[in-house]
Write a protein that binds this ligand. Structure first.
Ligand code: PLP
Length: 408
């Protein structure tokens, strides 16, 4: 038997069934009228933000990285919970606008922004996190043509990365951001060109669980921001310190000690160099805010045996939950947390693999896990489905169609 990832805290059984936000999985499916289904729970989002706010210094703003989950009702709910939003495409910008988010609270990072995206952002008062000197030229030219003062920040490619992170996005040659040594001159140029100068965005990596690594990276980020602002000789109205807080997906993973991160940051904030004393700081988080608020529910269509192994064949699969199948940025396939939702408190009775309905051997949601005996019609839950699920999976592959999403 292979271990399953740890089920996030706060899930209980009602009548033997998995309950999400106090409601039985089968009732939620009945309300939605279909499987496969992504369920996102407001109360889990609220609780996560409250916990994080309590741990972080009060002067730190918290931004949500829309990339993690752009579902409209979830974005609208997040608008009441976070201080800002970070988008990474014109499409995400449109989703944020459609969700009623005040676009003055939005910043836009990401390489390869097209002129139409720059124009839209400038017209809407969105802060552009510039990814190259050429992009800066194009933004300034578009703003001049429109007669609008653009809000511009520089995304810095730092000289370090976030240790232990699942995805490194800083350090060395990168398609993201502007190399630190070129930043001061560009910052001066933006100010001289009459832009509304918004400061730095410094993002060093993603999916880190080790508080010590996050603390070290935040300290390096603050030092870099101070050095670059000093060299540029410009004030720093804002500084986005990145994020990178991970969530436990796999056996043995432990949650980030956010209290330790918050305490270390509070110490730093109490002792800032002069050049940063007027700066407003934020962190931008995706999966940490929404990942554990989501559950993917799929129904067993077929129970079969092959060469002594049990396969629970579901109506879902990697076209909705690519990451759980181990095909999204992982080298060694390990099991996400999952369970038989309709037999949540039953003991483990057998080894079984949960597979999807796609005609590819890659489509495996749980490999040789320990489960209670499940039958056709039972529901399977895959946890940690609130981030990088529906929007980060190849939904057109094999023509099975999208999953339904619901915010409860
Ligand atoms: C992907 C990304 C995020 C969100 O990452 P998470 O691991 O979901 O927190 C935040 N900022 C930038 C610039 C990103 O590219």
């Amino acid at each position: 038997m292979k271990p399953l990832g740890p089920i996030p805290a706060g899930f209980a059984a009602i009548d033997g069934e998995l309950a999400i936000a106090g409601r039985k999985a089968s009732d939620i499916v009945a309300q939605a009228g279909t499987t496969p289904l992504f369920v996102y729970a407001r109360e889990r989002l609220d609780a996560r933000l409250a916990e994080l706010r309590a741990a972080m210094p009060t002067q730190l703003d918290i931004h949500y990285a829309v990339k993690a989950n752009p579902f409209g009702p979830l974005l609208a709910h997040m608008a009441g919970l976070v201080d800002g939003f970070d988008v990474a495409s014109g499409g995400e910008l449109a989703l944020a606008e459609a969700a009623g988010i005040d676009l003055a609270r939005v910043s836009f990072a990401g390489p390869g922004k097209r002129d139409a995206e720059l124009e839209l952002a400038i017209i809407k008062g969105v802060t552009l996190n510039l990814e190259s000197a050429r992009e800066a030229d194009r933004a300034l030219a578009i703003a001049e043509r429109l007669g609008v003062v653009p809000r511009l920040a520089i995304r810095v490619n730092p000289d370090f990365d976030l240790k232990g992170s699942g995805m490194k996005m800083g350090g060395g040659a990168k398609q993201f951001g502007i190399d630190a040594d070129k930043v001061p001159a560009l910052a001066r140029r933006l100010v001289e060109a009459g832009a509304e100068w918004r400061g730095f965005h410094i993002f060093a990596g993603s999916q880190a669980l080790d508080a010590a690594a996050i603390i070290e990276t935040q300290a390096q980020t603050l030092e870099l921001a101070a050095r670059l602002a000093q060299e540029a000789g410009v004030a720093l109205p804002k500084c986005n310190l990145g994020g990178g807080f991970g969530i436990p997906y796999f056996p043995g993973d432990k949650p980030v000690d956010v209290a330790a991160v918050g305490a270390a940051l509070a110490e730093r904030f109490a002792d800032l160099p002069a050049v940063l004393r007027e700066t407003r700081f934020c962190i931008e988080l995706g999966r940490y805010l929404v990942g554990e608020a989501g559950v993917y529910l799929t129904r067993i269509v077929d129970r079969k045996e092959s060469h002594g192994e049990i396969f629970l064949v579901t109506d879902g699969g990697l076209h909705h939950q690519l990451a759980a199948s181990g095909n999204f940025g992982t080298v060694v396939r390990r099991n996400y947390p999952s369970c038989i939702a309709t037999r949540f408190d039953a003991p483990v009775e057998e080894e079984a693999s949960v597979v999807g309905c796609l005609c590819t051997p890659l489509d495996r949601l749980a490999d040789k896990g320990g489960f209670p005996r499940a039958e056709e019609g039972d529901l399977v839950a895959v946890f940690c489905a609130g981030a990088y699920g529906a929007s980060a999976s190849p939904v057109h592959f094999l023509g099975q169609g999208p999953a339904t999403e619901i915010l409860i």
